[in-house]
Every structure is written in C-alpha cells, then in structure tokens.
Design a protein around this ligand. Sequence first.
Ligand code: NAD
Length: 257
Amino acid sequence: MNLSMSLEGKRGVILGIANRHSIAYGCAKVMAELGAQLCITYLNEKAKPYVQPLAEELGADLLLPCDVSVDGELEAVFHEMEKKWGTIDFAIHSIAWSPLEELHGRLVDSSAEGFCKAMDISCHSFVRMARQAQRLMPDGGTLLTMSYEGAEKVVDHYNLMGPIKAALDSCARYLAAELGEQQVRVHSLSPGPMPTRAASGIDRFDALMEDAAGKAPLGRLGTPEEVGALAAFLVSDLAKGQTGNRIFVDAGRHLIG
Ligand code: NAD
C-alpha cells in the first residue's frame, strides 16, 4: 500500500463550485495540491465567468457545464471524462438547491412540486452521478456527497432540507452496499455551517454560524479546506477499507446539544 498522502494518478470530477467560498472549491484546491487531475463543472453560462478562473488556477483538465436538472448534461460530463481519461477514481457531489419559498416555509406546508424538485437536484442527482461514475470505475473508486447535521436533528430554519439530507445519507449507505463488490466506496460528509452562497438562502444563517462557532469544541467554524482534506483522505488509497460512513467535519459542533 502506498502510505503517502498523494493523489498523483487519481482522476475525477467535482460538481458544485460556484465561487471561491464553495465547499467544492475547498475540495478541489486540496485535491489539486495533492496531485489529483480534475474535471470541474459550472451550472450555466451565467456561472461560468466565476468558475472558469478557478478551474484555470487549479489546472483542471476539463471544465464542463452541468445543470443536473437539464436532461443529458450530467451524462455528458461522464462521457467527456471517458473520452479524455478512459477511467476515473472519484466523483464528488457538492450541490443542493430548493425553491426559496419552500426553504423559507415550514415542511408541513411544502408543495409536492417544490419538495420533489429540491429532492431531485439535491439528492437523486447523487444517485444518477453514482450510476455514471461506477461505469468508469472498473478498478474501484470513491463517491462523496455533502450532508448536514440537520439530517438527523431538527435545526431551526433548515426546514425541508433536513429530510432531503436524511434521504441523501441513506442513499450513500445503500449505494455503498450495492457498489462495494466492485470496490466503489461511498460516503456522506457532514460539514458544519459555513458562509457560502447556498447557505445564505437559509433564514437566520448568521445566528446559526455564531451558535455553531460558540458551541463547537474547537471553538470555531470549520472551513471548506478541512472538508477538502477529509475528501482527499477518503479518495486516497489510505481509506481503502472504509465505505458507507457519514463523517462529521464540523469542528465537533455535532457533539454539543
Ligand atoms: P455553494 O452555493 O457554493 O454550492 C452549491 C452548488 O450547488 C453551486 O455550485 C450550485 O451551482 C450547485 N447547484 C445548484 N443547483 C444545481 C443544479 N441544478 N445542477 C448542478 N449544480 C447545482 O454552497 P455550499 O455550501 O458549498 O454547498 C455545497 C454542498 O454542501 C451542498 O450540498 C450543501 O447543502 C452542503 N453543505 C453546506 C453547508 C454550509 O453551511 N455551507 C453545511 C453542510 C453541508
């Protein structure tokens, strides 16, 4: 076993960079520094000018559009990676979305349409990503997604995203069971609150961050780079014996009531 923490020779995709504050960017930065070759995606033409300079700075091999709600775009990303690399070693899903009126309302008032759209983009897209990725992982690989503590505890103002993250965690476990035979390992990571664009859609998020920093045993918030360091470890050969975990990377916030 190679005991160095290097990702030289590992290739894969990171979905979900919107800007420099994105958790996905923290993952990409650490993994590129450790030698991984990256495929980076952007949501649409409006997002591209923010993501392109980051992809260049990271030395990404591929920069492709990917809106998981547009038929064929996710599949095209994997097709392009297959053309360029043949096989891949990791795929990281760091995306979430909900209609704002649903996110700001009570779960009990959520519409079927809003709930399903949020579930499709934030959760089932991980299953679709896994389906595409495992096809390019004949010798195994790693699939990661981003969950949150609100999946298992009721967190004020997290509303319908709580049950959606719970479903995402469960999908990671079932995918780990289904894909284990081909040595594809699957985990959900659970970062604490961080000031990103997606998080700014949550009501009273500043208060949530202040509370988390105050209560966390490490006395501060976590950072996207810390999530990236965990992702890099899980993708590396050092983590070959692990699958199906939900792992907190939140300065210990989840320990305290
Ligand atoms: P972010 O806004 O930087 O990233 C969210 C990403 O989702 C964006 O890049 C956006 O383009 C992408 N996205 C939205 N709809 C999409 C679609 N239809 N197709 C493809 N991409 C789409 O915010 P972030 O906080 O870095 O979020 C990344 C992940 O981390 C999310 O799953 C989020 O729930 C999770 N998370 C965030 C926090 C936090 O406090 N920031 C804490 C725990 C978990």
